[in-house]
Write a protein that binds this ligand. Sequence first.
Ligand code: FAD
Length: 492
Amino acid sequence: MSTKSVDVVLIGGGIMSATLGTMIKRLQPDWSIVIFEQLSAVAQESSNPWNNAGTGHAALAELNYMPEAPDGSLETSRAVKINEQFQVSRQFWASLVADGVLPHPETFINPTPHMTFVRGADNVDYLRRRYELLRDEPLFKGIEFSDDPKVIYGWAPLLVRDRQKGEKIAATRIDSGTDVDFGALTQQLFDYLVSQGADLRLETQVTNLKKVKKDGSWDISLRERVGTTPYGMNARFVFVGAGGHALPLLQKSGIPEIKGFGGFPISGQFFRTDNPEVVAQHQAKVYGKAAVGAPPMSVPHLDTRVVDGQSSLLFGPYAGFSPKFLKQGSWLDLPASIRLHNLGPMLAVARDNFDLMKYLVGELLASKKKKLDALREFMPTARAEDWYLITAGQRVQVMKKDSKRGGVLQFGTEIVTSADGSIAGLLGASPGASTAVPIMVDLLKRCFPEQYGRWEKTLKKMIPSFGASLNSDPRAADKTLSATAKALVLTR
Ligand SMILES: Cc1cc2nc3c(=O)[nH]c(=O)nc-3n(C[C@H](O)[C@H](O)[C@H](O)COP(=O)(O)OP(=O)(O)OC[C@H]3O[C@@H](n4cnc5c(N)ncnc54)[C@H](O)[C@@H]3O)c2cc1C
């Protein structure tokens, strides 16, 4: 039933497909690219600005990237790694700005200081020790610490106003943080791709994937959402950038590499306010400390968001559980993903994550008042009438086989590729969109070993730090941070 054969098919109109498509277009302009998106526009699922928190994750403020070990020690390597990854994304976006692909960076990225805010003597001590280690890391240059309420008030007054006198609080602040509208970025990257001849087919759902034995290509079954008969397409390479639906599609492809993987969906809500008086009093992304049992990405944060030029504040996320793998997915997503090969790992995860299950049930049952109480721990003056709840995107966390425990729940992302590199898909959600660029560079290396050597020169042009560690070279770190800040108009 294949009617046409193309070089690359990207399934899904989110930031991951947009990033990979743009890279391929820059590296190999003669390859034909077709994108299938089942909804009527791109960036309507996790990449939509109101479905995620828009943090340019660089571990500047998120404590989960630098947790305290059981013996109380702290270690910077994971935080540095996340920051390095974000610098790769920043450099790629900066190169696209310079080349006129993304002419208006202020439409998708804005300078927003990143802060961490904690309460209680133990947490204050932990935050101070974290700061003392990070201030010497070149990529964290300029980080400040204070346990003086007056200083913290100067940084973010809403955290301190009406707070009980004598309460032990502390905060760190770093100016180089960002708020990113990943929806606007996705849209602009697809606009570019289409202008360069890529074929974007909206309202077209990929229903099946079948390997063609004789040449290793893929036959893709398609269904247009409005009425017409199913049709097909053939591709040399397929990227499954279907967000939460990547798992079921990779299962349909039948590649052995997907065996043992399962998906654990976590839903979420945010509080949002657009009241200009409240919004004007807070210009930062402020991360707190996660509750016991909370998954790492459920750390509460009070954020400035800039979407379509308008500022709002967002607080959350409040996690919950829904068996859907996408916000607009099906209630059957989770049960339909269960296979003999992933049942064991999934049961092992249920057995070993009682605290998480308890936390999610508690969050699901939390009333609006309880949710407001959580916000008031950050912002004691929060008024119910200013804030309304919005539903965030679904995150499908990866469950996978583990030789010791039977199965583990993983909070990062995982690229799954077939042995011959003809198909790849992305599972998992964190650190997410911020690291789309390094994730896709890794994918290119794994799936296109023949071309990769030739592409490296162009990659180095687009990402000057390509292949090197910025943090171990203070001058290079400084130079890169300033150059990307200038190109992305992040200097104030
Ligand atoms: C609550 C929340 C907060 C987050 N906060 C942040 C943050 O602050 N910073 C950050 O960097 N990241 C964050 N993330 C993660 C980030 O949003 C995701 O990693 C990223 O958007 C994933 O992009 P994607 O392209 O893989 O998926 P998506 O944006 O979900 O796109 C997948 C697309 O595939 C389409 N699709 C699915 N199945 C099919 C099919 N069969 N046929 C055709 N189309 C199909 C869907 O309709 C969808 O448009 C957050 C995520 C959530 C849920």
